[in-house]
Design a protein around this ligand. Structure first.
Ligand code: UDP
Ligand code: MN
Length: 397
């Protein structure tokens, strides 16, 4: 259509198409660019004027408002002709009218809501846990959380219930692991409101390491104020606070179950972390003292549990799989003593029907109350005794 077609008989513009402007000479000025405001032909050539970009981004293309438009809370934005964005239609603040105070208010509300949600999650530890990946503990409290009380102030309280746990930790030369373990466990159990005391059973004789005999000693030396035990490896840190460490009324409770332990997955495994009431431990006559060196003492204890007619329980509803624990064990640095000397090869698979809690021979050299990173524990320096005729493999000969 030509420009002249738009004049009436008097040579005046009747109506210019939208985007076109009726000029003083009666012509409609046909603008190629829809956002161009023309000047009179005699003036300097028209210079395209851009829409204010920031405003356009907030009100039209805002990724914040687009989902709202889809949900229907903000009507989908129609692409408006440029004159709608003209100065006369701007709010006093310079924002287009479509970008109303209401939209900004909704955007602020959403921002506030998501900030609060993030704060809440990071304080409850969920985000921190997710960020930990393999389960390495993040030291110190989260930046946004209110500061946590120092461990020495976490006091047990009668409202935590009638039971008290003795955490029995067989130990020799795992100093770095101990520095992490004691504060971690004290914090973990206090958060769960489990009354507890940690006993570090430090084997100081010159025999090979004997995990089971140390647990027997720990049982006998633990305070009468405790009524159940956790035999607990020093290098296995529980990460999931859903794990139950409560009193195992019904029977032994294997916390580090094969579905959750990062390394051991066989059905009869009961090592790592096992809870028992003191009464049930006595019923089994504790653990066998014949296992010097690494391994098999826990497999023998499984058979004692069965022999005593006890039912074994394990965690349910834990969804963190093999990331439920952090196994702080570098096998190159902490070599396992897997030597089998002479008769030990056959003996290691037998059930010890006589020995156990009633036959363990030892002396407690010292008993030291210690605070590790503000968390209390007791270190027992234990001298085990070995009957070299019964178990000659307690030394390397
Ligand atoms: N342990 C120890 N010093 C040793 C050997 C074992 O303190 O020289 C203790 C420690 O509590 C450790 C547990 O016994 O977590 C089990 O031993 P290890 O970690 O070697 O066995 P794993 O379960 O990794 O096969
Ligand atoms: Mn280990």
């Amino acid at each position: 259509m030509s420009k002249l077609d738009r004049r009436n008989s008097m040579g005046k513009c009747v109506e210019c198409p939208i985007h076109d402007i009726c000029l003083g000479n009666g012509h409609c000025f046909f603008s190629k660019r829809r956002d161009t405001i023309p000047s009179l032909p005699s003036q300097t050539p028209p210079r395209p004027q851009r829409k204010p970009r920031g405003q356009e981004r907030i009100c039209r293309d805002s990724s914040l408002l687009r989902p709202l438009a889809r949900l229907g809370s903000v009507p989908p934005q129609r692409k408006l002709p440029p004159q709608d964005n003209g100065g006369s239609r701007l709010l006093p603040s310079g924002l287009p009218r479509k970008c109303s105070v209401f939209h900004l208010f909704v955007a602020c509300l959403l921002l506030g809501f998501f900030s609060l949600l993030w704060l809440q999650l990071s304080c409850s530890g969920d985000v921190a846990r997710a960020a930990r990946g393999q389960g390495q503990e993040t030291p110190g409290p989260s930046r946004a959380c209110p500061p946590e009380m120092p461990p020495e102030h976490w006091e047990e309280d009668a409202s935590w219930g009638p039971h008290r746990l003795a955490v029995l930790v067989p130990f020799r030369e795992r100093f770095e692991e101990l520095l992490v373990f004691v504060p971690h466990m004290h914090r973990f159990l206090s958060r769960k409101k489990i009354q507890h005391h940690i006993y570090v059973l430090n084997q100081v004789d010159h025999f090979r390491f004997n995990r089971a005999a140390l647990i027997n000693v720990g049982f006998l030396e633990s305070s009468n104020s405790t009524d159940y035990i956790a035999m607990h490896d020093v290098d296995l840190l529980p990460l999931n606070e859903e794990l139950d460490y409560g009193f195992p009324e019904a029977g032994p409770f294997h916390v580090a179950s094969p579905e959750l332990h990062p390394l051991y997955h066989y059905k009869t495994y009961v090592g790592g972390i096992l809870l028992l009431s003191k009464q049930h431990y006595q019923l089994c006559n504790g653990m066998s003292n014949r296992f010097w060196g690494w391994g098999r003492e826990d497999d023998e204890f499984y058979r004692r549990i069965k022999g005593a007619g006890l039912q074994l329980f394990r965690p349910s509803g834990i969804t963190t799989g093999y990331k439920t624990f952090h196994h702080l064990h570098d096998p190159a640095w902490r070599k396992r003593d897997q030597k089998r000397i002479a008769a030990q090869k056959q003996e290691q698979f037998k059930v010890d029907r006589e020995g156990g809690l009633n036959t363990v021979k030892y002396r407690v050299d010292s008993r030291t109350a210690l605070s590790v990173g503000g968390a209390p524990c007791t270190v027992l320096n234990i001298m085990l005794d070995c009957d070299k005729t019964a178990t000659p493999w307690c030394t390397f000969g």
